[in-house]
Design a protein around this ligand. Structure first.
Ligand code: SF4
Length: 449
């Protein structure tokens, strides 16, 4: 059972020194109990107290690192069932499977496409994380394939085999890349658990039915295996969905330790219909799969899932924002138009996209509006004449252009008079209300000279 805030408080030094950046030890204890503080933030916790507190300090779902180097990723550490309670922590890691019975050309094409699966969206890089390599028969072929694939990609690897000898061979080939070994079952846990323990690799546990999986998880932790990931063994949407919800509820609500690990799903093994597979993957991303392995690296399948992950794992209480500064769209010069808008990411990316599409080089000024869109920021007093004037006066834009014309969004036309007074050297021009009209507006602006 997790300790309460008061239980934790009893174990703290009670000096209220404030070094943890909280005013009292009680405040720190409450935050620790709620998973909002880390034990290391108090430098004065005794070793005995540390041991007693480690349970309370650990997230109910263990964090597990897979892979190594630039492409390693962390999964798990989730604290809540719903994103409105608190931000989800580690975004779902998407993977793609290749198998030993695929042709060399098919494997090469899939690995090449998986390597390219990386998209920038609203200032974040969305990437595929994992390449699963499955042995469908010949262990020699499996070892050769793993060797070849390891040379073709830096993605984290998941060797998949149902016998210990194949996984032992996998560790010989890619053990230095912290592979995710798949999988230990009730039948092979002794042998496969020993391989994972010796290699120090994370390990997937798979069993048919949640009771068997809980038992397997207890056995694995009894072998002092810590970095575990759970596969409920179900291979259809309804059963997998039920298992995901039951496991995560048990881990978070009942603090049921055997299920306190990240979960993996393999929709690629549930159906031959790739559209249904993509839809199932979307469901598993939403609840509560920490790793999802699909058959296709193709963008039509991966990109929508990455966008879903990005939307779910951003902090709903914190709008996404870009840095406040002047951005060069194209190659703007001394005569190029000067525009301003707010620093809400979507506003920036939509406006900059429309300016780019207009083929008119421009200076786009992004005012710090705490990540709010134009009208919301105006209503909240974050995109108002004195704030915009201060931004213009401190941005250095006056040295970059010869003219003094400033285009503001049409939605805040009402501030143009007051902004005129704040920026007496500038002519305030009201731009279009809708981003879709920016292109026409800028072309007319250039033609009018
Ligand atoms: S740093 Fe430790 S001792 Fe100091 S106030 Fe925080 S919890 Fe208490």
């Amino acid at each position: 059972m997790a300790l309460s805030g008061l239980d934790i408080f009893k174990l703290l030094p009670k000096t209220n020194c404030g070094e943890c950046k909280l005013p009292t030890c009680l405040a720190f204890a409450m935050k620790l109990a709620g998973g909002q503080a880390k034990l290391e933030e108090c430098p004065y916790v005794s070793d005995e107290a540390k041991e007693a507190l480690s349970e309370a300090a650990a997230p109910p779902v263990r964090g597990v690192v897979v892979g190594q180097g630039a492409r390693e990723f962390k999964t798990g550490e989730e604290l809540v069932l719903f994103r409105h309670e608190k931000r989800f922590v580690n975004p779902t890691g998407m993977g793609v499977m290749i198998t030993t019975d695929m042709s060399d050309d098919e494997i090469a094409a899939k690995v090449e496409e998986a390597n390219k699966d990386s998209w920038e969206r609203v200032g974040q890089q969305l990437e595929l994380k994992l390449l699963a390599v499955k042995c469908t028969g010949d262990p020699g072929k499996f070892k050769d394939l793993l060797t070849r694939v390891a040379g073709m990609t830096e993605l984290a690897l998941m060797p998949m085999a149902d016998n210990a000898d194949c996984l032992k061979a996998a560790v010989e080939v890619v053990g230095d890349r912290n592979p995710l070994l798949y999988c230990a079952t009730p039948e092979n846990i002794d042998a496969v658990g020993a391989i994972a323990k010796e290699a120090g690799s994370p390990l997937v546990l798979k069993a048919e039915g949640l009771d068997a999986l809980a038992e397997l998880s207890e056995k694995a932790t009894g072998m002092e295996l810590k970095d575990l990931i759970l596969d409920p063994g179900t291979r259809n949407l309804k059963d997998t969905m039920e298992a995901l919800v039951a496991m995560r509820r048990a881990a978070l609500n009942q603090k049921f330790k055997p299920f306190g690990f990240p979960i993996i799903t393999l929709p690629c093994e549930e159906t031959d219909d790739s559209y249904f597979e993509a839809a199932s993957a979307g469901v598993y991303v939403a609840k509560y799969s920490d790793i999802v392995v699909c058959s296709e690296p193709a963008a039509w399948m991966q990109y929508p899932l990455q966008v879903e992950i990005q939307n779910i794992y951003t902090d709903p209480q914190k709008p996404m924002a870009v840095d406040s500064k002047f951005y060069e769209i194209g190659s703007p010069g001394k005569d190029s138009p000067v525009m301003v808008t707010t620093n809400f990411s979507l506003t920036y990316f939509i406006v900059s996209g429309e300016v780019e599409a207009s083929k008119v080089d421009a200076w786009l000024g992004i005012v710090d509006s705490e990540g709010q869109s134009v009208l919301t920021a105006w209503a909240a007093g974050k995109f108002v004449p004195d704030v915009i004037a201060k931004f213009i006066n401190t941005s250095g834009i006056a040295d970059k252009v010869d003219h003094r014309k400033l285009i503001i969004p049409g939605y805040v036309a009402q501030i143009s008079g007051e902004l005129d007074e704040e920026l007496p050297d500038w002519e305030i021009m009201v731009g279009p209300r809708e981003a879709a009209d920016i292109s026409t507006y800028l072309r007319n602006y250039v033609q009018a000279g």
